[in-house]
Design a protein around this ligand. Structure first.
Ligand code: AMP
Length: 111
């Protein structure tokens, strides 16, 4: 079981900023920007590579939830969303998550 599955079932605490029946968002423990939140599906999907056609409604819902979370957090000057996938993508927790970063001017290209 991943650490995010443990957050979903309440086994370990998290600073949850948003939740609904399909997903939840909580603050990253190692923030890379003044606001750094992770939006995850309740369904234990490992990564983008593990999605199937059955997940299209879920993923549409997640994308529509990103701006809702941003509004709820009072983010007004934009934000960056990142989904790390697999080894070279820098994924360290194998439960799909969307990083939402805000509160500073984020540079491009990323490292
Ligand atoms: P990634 O490298 O894309 O897989 O991102 C995993 C993220 O999860 C990292 O930014 C970690 O800081 C974050 N993280 C790991 N454990 C926790 C936790 N218990 N609560 C909140 N964030 C976590």
């Amino acid at each position: 079981m991943t650490i995010f599955a443990k957050i979903i079932n309440g086994e370990i605490p998290a600073d949850i900023v948003y939740e609904d029946e399909h997903c939840l968002a909580f603050r990253d423990v190692n923030p890379q920007a003044p606001t750094h939140v992770l939006l995850i599906p309740r369904k234990p999907v490992e990564s983008l590579d593990h999605l199937t056609a059955d997940d299209s409604v879920l993923m549409g819902h997640m994308m529509l939830t990103v701006p809702e979370v941003a509004r709820k957090l009072g983010i007004s000057d934009g934000y960056r969303t990142i989904i790390n996938t697999g080894k070279h993508g820098g994924q360290t927790v194998f439960h799909l998550h969307i990083h939402i970063l805000a509160g500073r001017n984020l540079t491009w290209p990323p490292g």
